[in-house]
Design a protein around this ligand. Structure first.
Ligand SMILES: [Zn+2]
Length: 188
């Protein structure tokens, strides 16, 4: 790989610990085997209560969440609360429910991905990586402060003063005071 290619590669998320929220023993067992086999540290929660304490206490880097769970909270509600408390942690719905309505709702509560079970292990691992990277890159973009546009101040020949944003440099506007054209200076 050429050095410049390497340097221009987008930053990647670091995922070490994954919280699996699912109440089905065989699903939990197979997910744990796949994820641990890929080097992840797996934390399991079987309902909303366990999910929330694990999210707070164990600091997962990513959450895989089923939709239908035992207890009184659905995966949608769990996802919504997770995203409200820390939206930088990717939450991926992993469910047997493949309905457009469920996908829409997942999106609305902030889910970063929607995968359907059963999913081949290799696909799951690829999806986890790419969703985590996408969320990480998005959060980096949100963290970097937007460039503050510099205001340009100038005056019309009639004395009317203007303050406009930088993007108007060189444009001509009509002075509301005297009606004459005024050119926004290219240099402050
Ligand atoms: Zn004027």
């Amino acid at each position: 790989m050429a050095l410049d290619t390497f340097e221009s590669a987008p930053p990647r998320a670091v995922v070490h610990r994954i919280l699996v929220v699912d109440d089905n023993d065989s699903v939990v067992e197979s997910l744990t085997a796949v994820l641990e086999g890929a080097g992840y540290d797996v934390v399991v929660a079987r309902d909303g209560g366990q999910a929330h304490s694990a999210f707070t206490m164990r600091h997962p880097d990513l959450v895989l969440c089923d939709l239908k769970l035992a207890g009184n909270e659905t995966g949608f509600e769990i996802c919504e609360r997770f995203k409200q408390s820390n939206r930088k942690i990717p939450v991926v719905m992993l469910t047997a429910i493949d309905l457009p309505r469920a996908r829409k709702l997942a999106e609305r509560v902030g889910a970063d991905g929607y995968l359907t079970k059963p999913i081949p292990a290799a696909d799951l691992l690829v999806q986890i990586r790419s969703i985590a990277d996408a969320v990480y890159q998005k959060s980096l973009a949100e963290d970097s402060p937007p460039a503050t546009p510099q205001a340009i101040r100038f005056a019309c020949r009639c004395g009317k003063r203007f303050k406009v944003s930088e993007q108007h440099r060189g444009k001509t506007l009509t002075c509301p005071s005297c009606g004459e054209p005024v050119v926004v200076p290219r240099h402050a």
